[in-house]
Design a protein around this ligand. Structure first.
Ligand code: NAD
Length: 264
């Protein structure tokens, strides 16, 4: 095939259903000729992911719980067996107890803090360790973050602290792996209605606020995140590493409510 991703092989992690940001990215990469494997979390998601994979010609599906090092090893061992080398990985995974994605950050429990950091932050580093060992120059690693890392957003709480750590880890990973010609970046996506987002308190209000106050006066789509991911994962992004790229209709540059926004 031809296209910007022709001849490139990569793993997409974090596909839950057709609303997932990972699905927007997978579609954009498939349209440009990428060969992909999908990982999903547990049998509950298998039946949702299988038809999506089949629809774009993906046959390599692997079960992976990123909080389990042995499970991660199994995924990369499998890819080593079928492909040998790897060109890209998309990490679209985050998790926190939804009871702590409301109320006050100050009330976060130690157990949920540690779990949130492990699944939403350390797992990307753990993935990079294993993936980089299979990559040559031109390899590209991508994770997903949110503006709640930079500024306080209602209910984002411990996940905001985790995303701040994730963005910092992208910089350290970029430095370490840059010597081998491997790039590491993040996309900071605006709010999109997904399974993970539905766990955040008052998410509808956050969506509406962004729609009314972002420079583009709308929310972004999973397909728009997909197009920006294509840029960072393909040769178009060859000079970019350590970056957190906002795909948020410009919301992150705004300092106050728009003069034309109605009260909500
Ligand atoms: P989603 O629910 O579709 O995807 C989240 C994925 O994380 C699911 O596939 C889930 O199975 C996976 N996951 C959770 N714990 C896991 C574990 N232990 N092992 C393996 N997988 C695990 O939701 P999404 O919104 O597409 O989320 C993808 C990423 O995008 C997340 O990092 C999220 O924080 C980020 N993000 C989302 C938004 C938004 O508004 N939706 C905005 C910015 C960033």
């Amino acid at each position: 095939s031809n296209g910007l991703m022709a001849g490139k092989r990569g793993l997409i992690m974090g596909l839950a259903n057709d609303k997932s940001i990972a699905w927007g990215i997978a579609k954009a990469l498939a349209a440009q000729g990428a060969e992909m494997a999908f990982s999903f979390q547990g049998d509950a998601f298998r039946k949702r992911v299988e038809p999506l994979a089949a629809g774009i010609g993906v046959t390599e599906l692997v079960d992976c719980d990123v909080s389990d090092g042995a499970s991660l090893d199994a995924v990369f061992d499998r890819l080593k067996e079928v492909w040998g080398t790897l060109d890209f990985v998309v990490h679209a995974i985050g998790f926190s107890d939804k009871n702590e994605l409301r109320g006050r950050y100050v009330d976060t429990s130690a157990a949920n803090f540690q779990m949130t950091m492990d699944i939403s932050v350390y797992s990307f580093t753990a993935v990079c360790q294993r993936a980089a060992a299979m990559m040559g120059p031109g390899g590209s690693l991508l994770t997903l973050t949110y503006y709640g890392a930079e500024k306080v957003m209602p209910h984002y709480n411990v996940m905001g602290v985790a995303k701040a750590a994730l963005e910092a880890s992208v910089k350290y990973l970029a430095e370490d792996l840059g010597k081998d010609g491997i790039r590491v970046n993040a996309i900071s996506a605006g709010p999109i209605k997904t399974l993970a987002a539905s766990g955040i308190g008052d998410f509808r209000y956050i969506l509406k606020w962004n729609e009314l106050n972002s420079p583009l006066r709308r929310n972004v789509t999973q397909d728009e995140v997909g197009k920006s991911a294509l840029y960072l994962l393909s040769d178009l992004g060859s000079g970019v590493t350590g970056e957190t790229h906002h795909v948020d209709a410009g919301y992150h540059v705004v300092g106050m409510k728009s003069v034309d926004a109605p009260d909500i």
